[in-house]
Design a binder for this molecule. Structure first.
Ligand code: CXF
Ligand code: ZN
Length: 362
């Protein structure tokens, strides 16, 4: 029997979100219904609402969530009712070329539920990142449920499902930060702070946070930055080189994604160092003009990182463990806990840089 619950929906392009009654079907083969406990507000939800990421309206927003499996469909063996899970948007398919080639982190066909949730008039709902978790319950592919230690709070666990994994993985997996290295992170919001914390966890001994907002520089310090640079009044490249003995940082992470920040990252990176682009560029943004000889001479690695190159089943439980053992202060990312009616206000607070994360409690 399908169920009716409340969910936050973008009914049309650019219009404020509203709370609607949504119909959640029973799970089909390979699917699960999850009772969502908490869901973080991520910039990507705004992009879906504003058309920056193409989706089919109306869209049920929310994709950074944790909750408890309520029911599963035929053939589901990895999770069972009662399991505490973090939802993911990379349920690896196992059959695409990267999956078969032992690189599931680059899976090209991640799984989602095949039956749509709907409005009460039967209109099918699109879902943010194939999840849709600003809702009391949601229907997902069972592979989108990653079982983790239930001792972590749902508010914190949910963040691992997107922003934390993205930033942490950009530093640790894509950036390959090693003990004793220097790391600079441009952009110290949720993803950048997770990169700072990741660099610290991996043993970096010089971690530099860079932003144009003094509040964000304070956050970066809280997650382990040894130095901060206010990019409004300081030459970023020059200062990073000063702080790293003249050469530049071993790893530079651009968590903003503007041509200008990418260029700063390019030159703030030491020769043969690694640049990781994790901030999502706006449509139409281009790589800044760069002497090709600089690219050639500086050698090293120019990388991008989507979802921190994660495999959820491999990586989520480790992040939970790091938080539970006091090594990763993810609890400090939850700036506020809000209700399902407050998502539009949370979007504004995120735009104004007032929060690392607002988390909706369901
Ligand atoms: C985004 C990154 C760019 C593609 C869509 C998902 N990350 C999560 O919010
Ligand atoms: Zn997200």
């Amino acid at each position: 029997m399908s169920q009716q619950v409340r969910g936050v929906v973008a009914l049309d392009l650019g219009t404020p979100v509203t709370v609607e009654t949504i119909v959640v079907p029973d799970p089909g083969p390979g699917e699960a219904v999850v009772r969502v406990q908490a869901c973080g507000v991520c910039q990507t939800d705004v992009h879906f609402r504003d058309g920056g990421i193409p989706g089919t309206f109306p869209i049920l927003l929310g994709h950074e969530a944790a909750g408890v499996v309520e029911s599963v469909g035929e053939g589901v063996t990895d999770v069972a009712p009662g399991d505490f899970v973090i939802l993911n948007w990379r349920a690896v398919c196992g059959v695409c070329r990267p999956c078969r080639d032992s690189e599931p982190e680059f899976c090209t066909s991640p799984r989602t539920a095949s039956t749509p949730m709907t409005l009460t008039d039967g209109t099918p709902l699109g879902t943010a990142m194939g999840i849709g978790a600003f809702a009391e319950k949601t229907l997902v592919h069972a592979g989108q449920c990653t079982k983790v230690d239930p001792r972590i709070s749902p508010q914190v666990a949910g963040l691992i499902g997107c922003g934390v994994m993205t930033g942490f993985g950009a530093a640790v997996t894509t950036g390959g930060v090693r003990p004793g290295q220097s790391v600079a992170v441009i952009g110290c919001g949720g993803v950048g702070d997770a990169a700072v914390a990741g660099a610290r966890t991996a043993g970096a001994t010089t971690v530099i946070g860079i932003d144009t907002d003094p509040r964000k520089l304070e956050w970066a310090k809280g997650f382990g930055a040894d130095h901060t640079i206010d990019a409004r009044d300081t030459d970023v490249v020059e200062r990073v080189r000063e702080l790293t003995g003249g050469a530049g940082a071993d790893v530079v992470i651009d968590a903003v994604g503007l041509p200008q920040t990418w260029q700063q990252a390019f030159y703030a990176r030491r020769p043969s160092g690694t640049l990781v682009l994790v901030g999502v560029p706006r449509p139409g943004a281009t790589v800044p003009e760069l002497p090709l000889i600089d690219f050639f001479r500086r050698d090293g690695a120019i990388r991008s990182s989507r979802y921190g190159e994660c495999v959820p089943s491999r990586d989520f439980p480790k992040l939970v463990e790091l938080q539970l053992t006091g090594r990763l202060p993810l609890q400090d990312m939850v700036t506020e806990e809000i209700g399902i009616d407050d998502v539009e206000t949370a979007f504004a607070r995120m735009r104004d840089g007032e929060v690392i994360r607002s988390v909706v409690l369901l």
